[in-house]
Design a protein around this ligand. Structure first.
Ligand code: NAD
Length: 253
């Protein structure tokens, strides 16, 4: 079999209807996997599934039963689930001064608790087979960098990594790896909504002077999702065009 081929494997991508999730699903499909686009947005989910030759699965990551049902549906349809990309996330901006408990809970409910629900349901479904690849979409924001208005978001993204490290230990002996991709600024529908001023600021702060594409994240996720990445677990990879490197504006040529 060709190196890094996902032929014969099944992958479920949360938040796969748009943005980075769509990019990941596109790359996994190109590598040969059957892909399930699991998303709360039926219209875009079905459209993306149709374009990729994949399948749409309704999902609300805030609801544990919905997460369990999505994994069960994947197993029922394909006999097994090989890959979970737990990618759904939101990034509403709110300064700490303005933030209330509902803002905090909304971001953590989707980004962090949703990751717990999905990873638990998938890992438990994978355990009897002794094989699985789980890739979480975290961020540079929180684990490495900060940005005004994203304290709750950053906490949720750093929280995903803390969660991942212990989860990876618990499932290593079952042939299941759990790793994370950490995107910089990737031109998804969600990022586009931040507006041109934000996007221009970011381009200026990135050594490549380009924003990332959803496929850039997909290629890294695809590697971590491959059989060949068997000996890598609990790890992270930053995909940011070098954004976290410059020590000063002068370092950005
Ligand atoms: P996006 O807004 O473009 O897409 C998010 C997708 O998640 C949408 O399809 C949406 O319908 C779905 N979704 C939202 N709530 C859901 C729910 N409750 N249940 C199921 N699906 C739901 O976002 P994106 O920019 O592609 O971000 C995807 C992931 O990448 C997030 O975890 C985000 O934190 C992370 N990330 C993005 C960037 C970036 O620059 N775009 C950078 C770092 C990290």
């Amino acid at each position: 079999m060709e190196l890094f081929s996902l032929q014969g494997q099944t992958a479920l991508v949360t938040g796969g209807a748009k943005g980075i999730g769509k990019g990941i699903a596109t790359v996994l499909r190109r590598a040969g996997a059957e892909v399930i686009i699991a998303d709360i947005d039926r219209e875009h989910g079905e459209a993306t599934a149709a374009v990729l030759g994949g399948h749409y699965q309704p999902l609300d990551v805030r609801v544990q039963d919905s997460c369990r049902a999505a994994i069960a549906a994947a197993v029922a349809r394909f006999g097994a689930l090989d890959i979970l990309c737990s990618n759904t996330g939101i990034f509403p901006q709110k300064t700490l001064a303005e933030m209330n408990e509902a803002d905090w809970d909304e971001t953590h409910g989707i980004n962090l608790k949703g990751t717990f629900f999905m990873v638990q349901a998938a890992a438990e479904a994978m355990r009897p087979r002794g094989y699985g690849r789980i890739v979480i979409t975290s961020s540079i924001t929180g684990p490495v960098t900060g940005f005004p208005g994203w304290s709750h978001y950053g906490a949720s993204k750093a929280g995903q990594l803390g969660f991942m490290r212990s989860a990876a230990l618990e499932y290593a002996r079952f042939g299941i790896t759990i790793n994370a991709v950490m995107p910089g600024n990737v031109l998804s529908e969600g990022l586009q909504a931040q507006g041109e001023t934000y996007l221009a600021q970011m381009r200026a702060a990135i050594p490549t002077h380009t924003l990332g594409t959803p496929a850039d994240i997909g290629y890294a996720a695809c590697f971590l999702a491959s059989r060949e990445a068997a000996y890598i677990t609990g790890q992270t990879i930053i995909i940011d065009g070098g954004q976290i490197l410059p020590e000063s504006a002068e370092a950005l040529l």
